[in-house]
Write a protein that binds this ligand. Structure first.
Ligand SMILES: Cc1ncc(C[n+]2csc(CCOP(=O)(O)OP(=O)(O)O)c2C)c(N)n1
Length: 343
């Protein structure tokens, strides 16, 4: 099925060299974090569950480069890349993954609950499709406060089949909310291929049902993502309402670290990674255009590895949360309010 093409203005071309390199730096920082997290998880340093974003870095990087710190995002269970691109601190993220007190949720949330409202990151989410209505709420607050903030809502292809998708897109369209719905179509929802569980060939086609614009782009081309997000974020900020942007990519790693991946072949994965790694593709482009050379790329990679290693050290050396704090920071109830429940 051919993509529903629209030529977005080439805003990327006007970026200063440093910002073009900045897109690469963000992608490499995400890749370094994820690569090390995978190793640490396999070495039993990280408890719980970890879903990796490797191969999808162009989407978070390209969208976030168009958002201000005060703009909002909602994320998914595969949220490390979104958090990093929105400005989260690697050391506090790593501490959270380790379950340490210095982490974003004081070590009590883990990978799927990283949030930092101060940078507009409204949270990763263990509930598939759990971010839609939070993003709609953020968009509504922007209208009420006339703040000009935009919300970007990231979600997977599987998540586009949830009922919350319909509610959120409809409401956002009716109220013309400044929300960009960013679909990360990595072609798999856990063990289910997108073609098996999705009624349309292109997820962007669903935009028509809500009377909003919907486009499909190559999510492994950071320039394409940047240009599409630039146009749609700007339109949302100007009061034109929501849009749906489907970014086609591929999940290179298992659904979670440790996934036996019986549902697809090694060859399929290898083919995608060899031919379509968004980082390799962008490096090739930048080198060909003379924006960066090999030494420049190596320096960025070395910085990223160092930053992640420092984060790991910080996490290792941080204490675990106190037992006494187990019931603090909960929304549902506090043991002080309901001592009989705790007893
Ligand atoms: C409401 C809900 N249903 C089911 C699950 C179990 N689950 C976790 S991830 C996942 C697949 C999600 O696929 P997709 O939205 O395409 O995101 P991807 O994992 O490919 O990034 C499922 C079914 C869940 N966490 N929440």
């Amino acid at each position: 099925m051919p993509y529903q093409k629209r030529e977005f203005p080439n805003k990327f071309a006007d970026l200063p060299k440093e910002e073009k390199i900045g897109l690469l730096r963000t992608m490499i920082r995400i890749r370094s974090f994820e690569t090390r997290v995978e190793e640490l998880f396999l070495n039993r340093k990280i408890p719980g569950f970890v879903h990796l974003y490797i191969g999808e870095e162009a989407i978070a990087s390209g969208v976030m480069a168009n958002l201000a710190k005060s703009d909002w995002i909602t994320s998914t269970h595969r949220g490390h890349g979104h958090a990093i691109a929105k400005g989260a601190q690697i050391n506090r993220m790593m501490a959270e993954l380790f379950g340490k007190k210095t982490g974003y949720c004081k070590g009590k949330g883990g990978s799927m609950h990283i949030a930092d409202f101060s940078i507009g990151m409204l949270g990763a989410n263990g509930v598939v499709g759990g971010g839609y209505n939070i993003a709609v709420g953020a968009g509504m607050s922007s209208i009420i406060k006339k703040s000009g903030q935009v919300a970007a809502c990231f979600f997977g292809d599987g998540a586009s089949n949830r009922g919350t998708f319909h509610e959120a897109l409809n409401l956002a369209a009716v109220w013309k909310l400044p929300v960009l719905f960013v679909n990360e179509n990595n072609q798999w929802a856990s063990t289910t291929p997108v073609s098996y569980a999705t009624s349309v060939a292109r997820i962007a086609d669903r935009a028509k049902s809500y009377g909003i614009e919907g486009y499909t782009i190559d999510g492994n081309n950071v320039i394409e993502v940047y240009n599409a997000a630039a146009a749609l974020v700007e339109a949302a900020r100007k009061g034109k309402g929501p849009a749906l942007l489907e970014c086609v990519t591929y999940r290179i790693k298992g659904h979670f670290v440790g996934d036996p991946e019986k549902y697809r072949t090694r060859e399929e994965v290898q083919k995608h990674f060899t031919e379509n790694d968004p980082i390799k593709r962008y490096i090739t482009y930048l080198e060909e255009k003379g924006v960066i050379d090999e030494a420049g790329v190596e320096a960025i990679e070395a910085d990223a590895v160092r930053e992640v290693a420092e984060g790991e050290k910080f996490a290792e050396e941080s204490p675990y949360p106190e037992k006494e704090d187990a019931y603090n920071d909960l929304f549902s109830f506090s043991p002080n309010e309901f001592p009989e429940v705790v007893k």
